[in-house]
Design a protein around this ligand. Structure first.
Ligand code: NAD
Ligand code: TYD
Length: 351
């Protein structure tokens, strides 16, 4: 194998698309997927590639320093793509501690292990940290987040991601670890855990349950199809400049309520209901505390410097996503049992 690449969080939503892409497109790389398999990590996401010769799975908790050091003793990594994280804003409000442990301490454990393993020969190595646009805070009606926008995180999730971004830059500046960071907008697509807006709404419509819309549904997100994020990660990993930050976004802003209305129309068609049936399930619920109003990304640097652009139109991407969930009801059933069921009841009962 030409290179050994560590992908953390590879059993999660975005991570599984990145692992699949790297395993299929780079047969010369050994791809090591290291994941704790929390409620959000699901090896079923990777059954199509998990017997390939260039793929290995390691179950580890990145918060456990010794396990991380052992992993770096077992393999000599040329590159790291770090996606493992606690990723849901609502969970960071009900239980912030796990976000501090995984997102901050876990990232520092990986940085220390990389520093230790690369200290004599960092050339050609890369620590690629996957971050979010939420570190920039919340926009008003105008403007876009650029790579120069000052950090202003507002939720425990975004504060923990911002903190990890700062540590990654500090390790580059102080110790010379080669790093690159990307900050991406909201992703959607197959394999997303059904606690996030789009898969949650698809599942509720399918089961004739209320679609909970926070506040007035006026918050705006910039949606990107998950495979477009994976293609950006591939480009940045191979051609990004060390020390740089790249914003990734879909140029695709939607008010939550407009998105839900579009999704309702798609669902009515896909499950052969008369137009307007799904819409009746829309239920306005108590707003998320500190709910960021608007995120929108300027990804022109990535587009100009590395030639990236997103592919599907939103309606097409959404339709593909709906089709995936409807043909993978077993996947949904399994992730909806157990832990997620309890969490779901806690979040949505009494609203
Ligand atoms: P996810 O919650 O679906 O998956 C996270 C993965 O990390 C899971 O497989 C989980 O088991 C693993 N993990 C969690 N804690 C761990 C630990 N302590 N040790 C090892 N593994 C652990 O998340 P996602 O939506 O795929 O997001 C992946 C990354 O992308 C995150 O860093 C997130 O901040 C970032 N991001 C996500 C979005 C989005 O819209 N989902 C947008 C921009 C950036
Ligand atoms: P989410 O998918 O949790 O992503 P993020 O909070 O990281 O942007 O939420 C997307 C938007 O949808 C956000 O404005 C919160 C809103 N939302 C709802 O209105 N209802 C829901 O049940 C959920 C999960 C989110």
């Amino acid at each position: 194998m030409k290179k050994t690449i560590l992908i953390t969080g590879g059993a999660g939503f975005i991570g599984s698309h990145v692992v699949r892409r790297f395993v299929n497109n780079y047969p010369g790389y050994l791809v090591v997927n290291a994941d704790k398999l929390t409620y959000a990590g699901n090896l079923e996401n990777l059954t199509d590639i998990d017997t390939k010769k260039n793929y290995l799975f390691e179950k580890i908790d990145i918060v456990d320093k010794q396990s991380v050091l052992d992993l770096f003793k077992k393999y000599s990594f040329d590159g790291i793509i770090h996606l493992a994280a606690e990723s849901h804003v609502d969970r960071s409000i009900t239980g912030p501690d796990e976000f501090v442990f995984t997102n901050i301490v876990g990232t520092v454990n990986l940085l220390n292990a990389a520093l230790n393993s690369w200290k004599n020969a960092p050339e050609g190595k890369l620590f690629y940290h996957i971050s979010t646009d939420e570190v920039y805070g919340s926009l008003g009606k105008e403007g876009l987040f650029t790579e120069q926008t000052a950090y202003d995180p507002k939720s425990p999730y975004s504060a923990s991601k911002a903190s990890s971004d700062h540590m990654v830059r500090a390790y580059n500046h102080t110790f010379g670890i080669p790093v690159v960071i990307s900050n991406c907008s909201n992703n959607y697509g197959p394999n997303q855990f059904p606690e996030k807006l789009i898969p949650l709404a698809i599942n509720n419509i399918k089961n004739n349950k209320p679609i909970p819309v926070y506040g007035k549904g006026e918050n705006i997100r910039d949606w990107l199809y998950v495979e477009d994020h994976a293609s950006a990660i591939d480009l940045i990993f191979h051609h990004g400049k060390v020390g740089e930050t790249y914003n990734i976004g879909g140029n695709n802003e939607w008010k939550n309520i407009d998105l839900i209305l579009l999704l309702c129309r798609i669902m009515d068609k896909k499950i052969n209901q008369s137009a307007g049936t799904s819409e009746k399930l829309i239920t306005y619920v108590k707003d998320r505390p500190g709910h960021d109003l608007r995120y929108a990304i300027d990804s022109s640097k990535l587009q100009k410097e590395l030639g990236w652009s997103p592919i599907p139109e939103f309606a097409d991407g959404l339709e593909k996503t709906v089709e995936w969930y409807l043909t993978n009801l077993k996947w949904l059933e399994r992730v909806l049992s157990g832990d997620y069921g309890k969490y779901y009841d806690f979040m949505y009962s009494g609203k």
